[in-house]
Design a protein around this ligand. Structure first.
Ligand code: BG6
Ligand code: MG
Length: 223
């Protein structure tokens, strides 16, 4: 059944879209998984795709803590920092292979349409590799603002990354729509008093305001 979005005042006055990166614009989840798996295997810790699911939207150190829940021994903060750096090294080597072909035509066209309709677009991602990824896939120049893991102290589900994105854009918080794939991201958007469109996993989450079947469905709420 086709979804029809209600054209209430709340919807049509929305001006800015804040996009999560991993799982929304690019599919780096597989690289996160491979890099964490390599570390977990080396440490002899069980790790699988289901556990990896819990890491979506969560910061690097919080992700490590989730993986270490199954560790037989406890580690010092210095060891944890080293593990996170090791994982990031593996992850960045995988990111090196990304090219503009890793962003779909649908994503590029939708972003271009939003901008031509007068909407501002920003990134709100927990990743400290955000700018590196955007550069790899040639999206860096598309966004009016980038808020990422390098300018926040609290990771999703805290709203900080989205509030900062709105601040960078000079927009009121309730004038922003977040586009997310992770439950933690939807929770962050809602606690920041923003509307949230959900794709992938977040499509079926009850807190999602606008479920998206496909990325270009965003244009239905971008009047
Ligand atoms: C999020 C991912 O975008 O960034 C998480 O969904 C990841 O899985 C987080 O842990 C932090 O990423 P990075 O690149 O700073 O290690
Ligand atoms: Mg995501």
């Amino acid at each position: 059944m086709e979804e029809v979005y209600v054209e209430d005042r709340k919807t049509i006055r929305k001006k800015a879209f804040i996009f999560d990166l991993d799982g929304v614009l690019v599919f780096t989840d597989k690289y996160h998984y491979l890099a964490w798996k390599e570390l977990a295997d080396r440490l002899g810790i069980y790790f699988d795709e289901t556990i990896n699911h819990r890491l979506r939207g969560v910061s690097r150190m919080d992700s490590l803590e989730i993986i270490l829940e199954r560790a037989a021994e406890s580690y010092t903060d210095a060891q944890k920092e080293a593990f996170a750096a090791e994982k990031n090294e593996t992850y960045k080597n995988l990111l090196e292979k990304m090219t503009p072909a890793d962003v779909t035509r649908e994503v590029r066209d939708t972003l271009a349409q939003l901008k031509s309709r007068g909407h501002k677009v920003a990134i709100g991602s927990s990743s400290k590799n955000t700018k590196f990824i955007l550069k790899q896939v040639d999206l860096l120049d598309v966004f009016d603002a980038v808020s990422d893991g390098t300018n926040i102290t609290k990771s999703k589900p805290d709203p900080e990354v989205f509030l900062k994105a709105a601040d960078f854009l000079g927009e009121e918080y309730d004038n922003c729509i977040v586009v997310e794939d992770a439950y933690a991201g939807v929770d962050a958007a809602k606690s920041g008093n923003m509307l949230c469109a959900g794709i992938g996993d977040a499509r079926g989450y009850e807190k999602t305001d606008y479920p998206l079947d496909t990325f270009s469905d965003i244009l239905k709420i971008a009047k």
